[in-house]
Structures are given as C-alpha cells and as structure tokens.
Design a binder for this molecule. Sequence first.
Ligand SMILES: Nc1ncnc2c1ncn2[C@@H]1O[C@H](COP(=O)(O)OP(=O)(O)OP(=O)(O)O)[C@@H](O)[C@H]1O
Ligand SMILES: [Mg+2]
Length: 242
Amino acid sequence: MIQVQDLQYKLSGKSILEDINLEIPDGVFAAIIGPNGAGKSTLIKLIMGLLEIQEGSISIDGVPQDKWLKKHGFGYLPQREEYDRSFPATALDITLMGIAGTLGWGKRCGKEHKQKALDAMRQCGIETKASARIGSLSGGEFQRVMLSRAILGNSKYLILDEPEAGIDRNGVSSFFELLKKLNDAGKTVITISHDLHTLSEYCNYLICLNRRLHCHNHSELVNADIIHKTFGDTVRLIEKDY
Ligand SMILES: Nc1ncnc2c1ncn2[C@@H]1O[C@H](COP(=O)(O)OP(=O)(O)OP(=O)(O)O)[C@@H](O)[C@H]1O
Ligand SMILES: [Mg+2]
C-alpha cells in the first residue's frame, strides 16, 4: 500500500500540490485524473522518489519511502514528451534499461538479462520487434516496449503517465487489456490518463486531483459532482448506456 501524508509541494514559491493525504491499496487498478497542470506527474514523481519531498511524508508497504527504495523499485512508464525516440537504440536495448539501475557499476547485461527482457517483451506482445530501431515503431508498439521496460524489474507497482498518448482507440483498448492482465496477475497498477471513457471500463480506483485531492476511492463511489469539481466546467459527462 502507498500512503501519502500531508504532502505539500512548491516550485518557485508557487503551490503545485497542497494537503495531499492519500492511500492506494494493494491490488487496485487506479487512475489519477485531473486537468493539465493539476500536479499529476509531480505527484507520481514524488511517490517514486524522482522528486524530493519538501513537506509531508510517503510510506510504501508501511516503510518510509527512502528505506523502501533502498531495496525495491517502481515499474515506470514516463509521460511521452520525456523521452527521445530519435535515439539510435533497438527495442531490446530500451527494454533492458528497465534493469540497468540494478546491475551495478560497470556490469554489462548478460545472456540471462536479455532472456528476461525478451520474456517481458513477449508478455507485452512485442517480442517480434526486439531488434527494430525504436524510431521505426508505431506509437502503440513503442508504448508496449516502454511497458516491457517497466515490468522488467518485476516491481509489484506499475506506474504509467498517460500511456494512451499517441495510440489510436483500438490500440488503447488492447494496451489497457494488457494492463488489466498484469493487474489480475497481482500488480498494483496506477495510471495517469485523460481518457475517462477507457478508465471507466478498466479502473476500479479513482484519484481525482487538481492541485488538491478531490477524492481517492473505489471508482463506483465516485460521482459526477466530484468529477466536475476536479475539472471545473471543462468536462461534460455522457451516460455510458446510450
Ligand atoms: N520543472 C518545473 N519548473 C516549473 N514549473 C513546473 C515544473 N514542472 C512542473 N511545473 C508546474 O507544476 C504544475 C504541475 O505540473 P505537472 O506536470 O505535475 O502537471 P500534470 O497534471 O501532470 O499536467 P499534464 O496533464 O499536462 O501532464 C504545472 O503548473 C507545471 O507548469
Ligand atoms: Mg503530466
């Protein structure tokens, strides 16, 4: 379980996150929703230890985050603009980066690492592209490579930042099917997304954020009023059974 207590975060005197008290139970398929600039990416980076906590605390499985991170890690698929697809690497190289941090200084990936990476790619349905240059992959194929990378370290937590960006509607459904399988197999999945329609089909825990937290709850308990408060007037909900 991830627990966030009294978290505040400021940048250049501007408040980015305020009074965040949050619990994410194990085993959920959680979505973090909120408008652009709501602090969603900032929140997950604080949870993963990629940004330094200024005020408040985070614990994971009952252990303070800094201690937990000495022994464990998160599977992470970053927001699309945070990586460069013109980098001359193959899909297998990118997948292998998922364990680069655990190899130790100067150690190179061996045969067994490559085998594990190919297994992760197989789970994500992208093993046939192992030797393809990443620049030649479609948006959906590339996200599957990034997912292979994220699951390679075998963390119980999988955190994704707008994985649907750049994928068409069918691609998004099959990508979320894959996430659902990983969730069914025991991973706690936490995804930021703007695709409320897809989230309503797959996610069972909803975190509504707009600088402050508007709710964190099992999704059937989240009503339209909370969604409106999170997004202001920019979102109109349409009944699903039309
Ligand atoms: N390095 C930075 N320097 C200054 N401001 C930043 C920095 N990173 C983020 N911010 C600001 O912090 C706020 C929250 O950003 P964040 O990226 O967490 O939002 P987000 O909810 O993920 O938005 P989006 O849906 O657009 O990805 C925004 O106002 C953003 O401009
Ligand atoms: Mg973001």
